[in-house]
Design a protein around this ligand. Structure first.
Ligand code: DGY
Length: 320
């Protein structure tokens, strides 16, 4: 079997793949392969294990060839893969749901806290030598107890965020027309959620429906003291509209784990704003979580190569 793995993944999964397929081809550089390199290296492979940094489209599947049996992504999100094109070719796609729920919810809360309590601004203030005395009005932020958290997208991660919010005695409302109520969270329409929330946390997958969902109109409906947190995908936010809203102080702050593009160019205007906190897509970046993601990705790859059903398959219709 010919296999290409697009980066050195954590040992938990890599060791398993190597046990089964010792001659697998692994891209060993820190940076992902370029498009040309990727198209070249996938030629003739039976299995592909990729990351969210690779665009897996029809052209790439055709470059691989008709023997391609499985595409396994070490991610839960699959917006980098043309799922319809894979399904049309009968290729199952594997992803890694569940194992990154808690780490991502933790990151949403870390961003919420850091932003609401101005942790990064405070740290910079100290480093810049500006700390001269205790000042009763210095870097005042927002309270959590009694505040309303609005969760947009109430799947696994959105619900894990809701669970955490309960420990801080927050009121939780959510917008997700397909979700069942859970915990003490109340469903709301989007307009109500934006009008009432002190914090808005985004947890929708990136699809044609959700692309640029957080636009000027969305932001205009948020409270002027509210904070936007995004740990889903950068493409869900219209970043030009977000810049305008933050600059004009139409909302208090934003905290982003994800941007569009990634990495965010250093001259992006959002980086000029003190009320915008940006980290480099770290939602699932805990040791255990990344180990488990690599394991699930390896299991999907191996199952696909053996002609077995993938344990976590995005397009189960290929089995019909
Ligand atoms: C995923 O798996 O889709 C996450 O964005 C990685 O952090």
């Amino acid at each position: 079997m010919k296999i290409f793995i697009t980066r050195i993944i954590p040992d938990r999964g890599l060791v398993l793949v190597k046990e089964h397929y010792p001659t697998c081809d692994i891209w060993s550089a820190d940076m992902p392969p370029s498009r040309e390199e990727l198209l070249q290296r996938v030629r003739g492979v039976d299995g592909l294990l990729c990351l969210l940094t690779e665009k897996i489209d029809a052209e790439l599947m055709d470059a691989a060839g008709p023997q391609l049996k499985v595409i396994s992504s070490m991610s839960v999100g699959v917006d980098h893969i043309d799922v319809a094109a894979a399904t049309a070719r009968g290729i199952p796609i594997g992803n890694t749901p569940g194992v990154l729920t808690d780490a991502t919810a933790d990151m949403a809360f870390a961003l919420l806290f850091a932003s609401a309590r101005r942790v990064v601004e405070g740290e910079k203030y100290v480093r810049d030598g500006k700390w001269e005395t205790w000042n009763p009005k210095l870097l005042l932020g927002a309270d959590f107890v009694g505040a309303t958290l609005g969760i947009v997208g109430f799947g696994r991660i959105g619900q894990a965020v809701a669970k955490r919010a309960q420990g801080f005695d927050m009121r939780v409302i959510y917008y997700d027309p397909t979700a069942q109520p859970a915990f003490d969270a109340q469903p709301a329409d989007l307009e109500t959620l934006l009008r009432e929330s002190d914090f808005v946390s985004i947890h929708v997958p990136l699809t044609e429906k959700t692309r640029r969902m957080v636009n000027a109109e969305f932001l205009a409906q948020m409270k002027s003291n509210s904070i936007l947190v995004n740990t889903s995908r950068g493409g869900v936010v219209d970043q030009a509209a977000l810049y305008d809203a933050l600059k004009a102080k139409k909302i208090f702050a934003a905290a982003l784990d994800v941007t569009d593009p990634e990495p965010l160019p250093t001259d992006n205007p959002l980086l000029e704003l003190e009320n915008c906190l940006i980290v480099p897509h770290l939602g699932s970046a805990s040791q255990h979580t990344r180990d488990m993601m690599s394991l699930l990705a390896a299991e999907n790859l191996i199952a696909g190569l053996k002609g077995e059903r993938l344990p976590n398959c995005v397009n189960p219709e290929v089995y019909k």
